[in-house]
Design a protein around this ligand. Structure first.
Ligand SMILES: [Zn+2]
Length: 88
């Protein structure tokens, strides 16, 4: 059994962009995957995030709408919440 604590959901979300870009250090990426193995809400969050990126790319090909008009409200709120929490 692993004795080390899992990273928190907040840490995961803070580094999500780097993780998805493949720019996270291998040891950090391993911690991400360990957390995702036990945390379904983060798995769901990442799925939503990936879909939003795909939708965003499509939108940019078709129009010049600002990014905020393309992102699902739920995701925008989740990202704002994580910013707010990280400033506390
Ligand atoms: Zn989590």
């Amino acid at each position: 059994m692993e004795a080390r604590p899992y990273i928190t959901c907040r840490e995961l979300i803070d580094f999500l962009y780097l993780y998805l870009e493949g720019e996270l250090a291998p040891s950090r990426a391993a911690e991400f995957e360990r957390h995702l193995g036990v945390c379904k809400s983060c798995v769901n969050y990442i799925e939503t995030y990936k879909k939003a990126i795909v939708l965003g790319k499509h939108a940019f090909q078709d129009s010049e709408a600002p990014a905020s008009a393309c992102a699902p409200d739920e995701l925008v709120r989740a990202v704002r919440d994580s910013w707010k929490k990280s400033k506390l």
